[in-house]
Design a protein around this ligand. Sequence first.
Ligand code: FES
Length: 65
Amino acid sequence: MYVCICNALKDKQLTAAAADDARTVAQVFRRCGARPQCGKCLPDVAALIEQQREAEGGAHAVAAE
Ligand code: FES
């Protein structure tokens, strides 16, 4: 699904960038080789990053047990 229409970025690309250690919206865009334009997608990109962080936290919690 497209999240950023301006840059034609899909949720999977953005999540992959977040999983690849991009921790901020700006870092995710940079990792995707893009720059925010209209800014409408920024809250959604931030939410994807947060989901990725939570998923990683869950994986770490399981690994620690
Ligand atoms: S929709 Fe992402 S910058 Fe416009």
